[in-house]
Design a protein around this ligand. Sequence first.
Ligand code: GLC
Length: 608
Amino acid sequence: MRGQSGISLRTVAGILALVLISAASYAQTAQRAKPAVAHGASAASERDWWKNAVIYEIYPRSFQDSNGDGIGDLNGITERLDYLQQLGVDAIWLTPINPSPQVDFGYDVSDYRAIDPQYGTLADFDRLVAEANKRHIRVILDMVMNHTSDKHAWFVASRSSLTNPYRDWYVWRDGKGETATDKGAPPNNWQSTFGHAAWQWDETTRQYYYHNFYVQQPDLNWNNPKVHEAFKDILRFWLDRGVAGFRFDAISTLYEDPSLADEAEIKDKDGKPILNVFGDVRLDSSKTRNLPGVHTVMQEMRAAMDTFNPNAWPGTRVLIGETFARNAAELNQLYGSADKPEFHLPMDLQVLPAEMQTGSARLDVAQLRKNLTDAETGIGSNIPLLVFDNHDRPRLDMRYGDGVHDVDIQKALATVLLMSRGAALFYYGDEIGMKTTPPTRKEDVKDPVGLVGWPENKGRDGERTPMQWEGTAKAGFTSGDPWLPVPPSVSTINVKTEASDPNSLLGWYKALIQLKKTNPVLAQGANVMLDTDNTKVLSWMRQNKGAPVVLVSVNVTAEPQTVSLKLPCAGVCEWKLKTLAKSPGAVAPLTPERIELGPYGVFIGEAE
Ligand code: GLC
């Protein structure tokens, strides 16, 4: 404990030195973070950039390799910034780039303040941020706070003895019925998200530690205030380098119920336990997911980030959450309140679920409409962030394709994503329609989830294959041996081919992003569902007072459909339609009352 005596000269000198050092490093940072070109954006639009943002997720390992080792890297991303600028994205989110044993490909962080040498150096990172800024692109990092790598210095210290100061940074418990010679059973029935027991026996100190993910990813103890302080410092370290925000990883699992009570088993209608893909009995997650402490932590992180000036580049530093809410009401709580804000953009991962749909009607219009309506209306005036695809889910082709109309289906889904109100996030390769390509042999699997779950769960390699820049054997991704094989689909699905085809999926993404960014109604207008009994076509309008409404109709079937939209109007009114975008070859409709759509066809137009 510190005494109550007066502050010594030495302390004052120390404080002064610290102030000077921080002022100098702030000046450097400010210089580093400043864009090299003026973008003509107003302070308000810089501040509010996230409200209509298009965010592009990059899996750095798979995006672009610059040094021929077969693994993507930061300099590779820098090389591809012109492409991202042409695509029109506002921000890129990089999955973890910190030093890591790479057991979970970066989600096992062993040092939060450095760059993994596989990906480059801090200088490469600064250059990436500066070059991105020149193109008006912000950089968002992944922040893994639920757990660290077992090789992180905190855990190495923690596991070394029962009395080590870091012991309480992780979740350690005695086994059930443990004796001096017998480790007993794990403290309870909790399971790892990646299969089997979530407790690992550690012989040195003869206790179990808790890991919601792999054994090599011990959970941090968020009941320890020191853990909070450590992460606030880490956030500031990256924000000082010009980072525009974070995607907070696995936030739902930050806390565990202190009772350590067993979770209930989920039973089928005959009362029999249901097994998951790992062959474990499914549990209700009630003691390990979405506990109240998550809110307090996010309020704290938000307050720390809100100290950065939102009116200067890169604008508001945003908190994005990997949030698994079961419904809109739960999602709404993650925004916090006006006096205690939490996330700016908790992810809505429910509109297009990750679970594989089966049967012919994978895309059910009524369900999609309901999900979108919930996402829009269940969160008050907050801003939705729709996320359909990411590095943990089979890509859209596998979840929603029919093998015949895949490109049109993906155009339809991109329309739902980008023409709805709010922020939109998509995954590298979505814009060209990359196909999920899982390994065919267990010995080729890289993701340990696939090793534990094989053959039922082949892991996540299938959605992490190298970005397909051109139709060659190595896809323009590397000059070496790519860490995951380039899928055979590269010959037709690649940036080079699609960039020269105005009707390509890539062309469609660009057109939608351009519309989202330039049409004020699409940027800010409310979403109103139309023709809500229609079971084949999803239609909605975007509406802003005093401006023409924008209508969007998406045929969610493989058969041609004709819709007749009745727009609300006071007195007699005849609506004239101006086409903003439509599926190639479709007839431009003249009135909302007759819009013809081909299989999975789309129409977007202004009505006046
Ligand atoms: C998140 C990441 C996933 C990772 C896990 C553990 O769900 O998206 O890729 O394996 O957290 O960090």
